[in-house]
Design a protein around this ligand. Structure first.
Ligand code: GZL
Length: 324
């Protein structure tokens, strides 16, 4: 069942908004080399969540491949190692450096209003990617590109409801308070929440997913299905399940989100049972959005990036053909 991920065209909201220009600023603000309408490259400061997962690696590669000097950008890219304080510091540095545009993927949803106000005061257009924020400011950012995580959680829940209606579910949550953790959990539990017997966070990493699952197997020996908010935690949990003498994909079914190659390989090997795609490859769309925001345009982009789902019928050819 494909989950089509599309942008907002004009006022009509698509089923799953990916790219939306909340409100465009009237100028490029910063004192970067291009200024508003200058001929030089658009200077962009980007604060990335970290390098916690295969998805994030693919996302970083996509962004760096698109925001190049050849494409008219001068990119300053900072990895926050999954710490909000590192992101806030980077955003303040970007203000001080007079970037033309600032972009970031917020590690968690809350705690940004002060620095978002500083960016507004500096009249520097802001674009959010991947994850959203909750803010009390009006027009806290001028553009957003990212997936509908609630839809992803619902797709996972629908598969469980149909294929494992009696499952005793353990849920490995992503980084607590992050948009994907909140929304995937919300979508999933709206469908099969009554079957969830326990939860713990694996912070979207393989190592922490394994540690959390080791404890969960002790606390919930009767679990029959794991829903992991990303492939990496599912792969870590898989190691714990095997070490406990159980067969992943059979004794304990595994449902995950992302569809990175390692996750799809586990699906092909029948160790995962169902994987919902979350596409990290949006560097080109982000480049287009930054140029529009920088120019103060109020248009939106029609970007249709189909996200889909995979079950154990997946082929090696399908895996080999994928970008990430
Ligand atoms: C989703 C992204 C999540 C991925 C994880 O868009 O924010 O963060 O699902 C990553 O793999 O760590």
């Amino acid at each position: 069942m494909p989950i089509s991920r599309r942008s907002i065209l004009g006022a009509a909201l698509a089923a799953i908004p990916v790219v939306g220009l909340a409100a465009c600023s009237s100028n490029s603000g910063g004192s970067g080399s291009s200024g508003s309408g200058g001929s030089g490259p658009i200077t962009v400061g980007f604060s990335q969540v970290g390098a916690e997962s295969g998805w994030r690696t693919a996302n970083t590669e996509s962004i760096k491949a698109s925001l190049t000097e050849a494409n008219g950008f001068k990119l300053t890219f900072v990895d926050a190692q999954q710490k909000q304080e590192n992101q806030i510091k980077a955003l303040r540095d970007f203000i001080a450096q007079g970037m033309d545009v600032i972009a970031f993927s917020p590690v968690i949803q809350t705690g940004w209003d002060q620095v978002l106000q500083e960016i507004k005061d500096a009249k520097i257009p802001l674009v959010l990617t991947d994850r959203a924020v909750t803010s009390s400011l009006s027009d806290p950012y001028q553009g957003f590109i990212g997936s509908d995580f609630k839809k992803e959680g619902t797709a996972a829940g629908d598969w469980v409801k149909k294929n494992a209606p009696d499952a005793k579910i353990f849920e490995l949550q992503g980084t607590m308070g992050s948009a994907p953790q909140v929304d995937r959990q919300s979508g999933f539990e709206a469908v099969v929440g009554s079957q969830v017997i326990g939860r713990a966070s694996g912070n979207f990493t393989r190592a922490e997913g394994k540690t959390a699952m080791e404890a969960a197997l002790q606390s919930y020996p009767d679990m029959t299905l794991l829903f992991a908010h990303n492939d990496d935690m599912g792969l870590g949990a898989l190691e714990a399940i095997t070490a406990a003498g159980k067969t992943p994909g059979t004794d304990i079914k595994i449902v995950t989100v992302d569809a990175v190659k390692d996750g799809l390989k586990a699906l092909y090997d029948k160790k995962f049972n169902y994987v919902v795609e979350c596409n990290p490859v949006f560097g080109d769309q982000l480049a287009d959005l930054i140029k529009k925001v920088h120019a103060g345009q109020s248009s939106t982009t029609q970007t249709i990036v189909t996200e889909t789902t995979f079950d154990q019928s997946i082929t090696q050819a399908t895996i080999d053909a994928r970008k990430y």
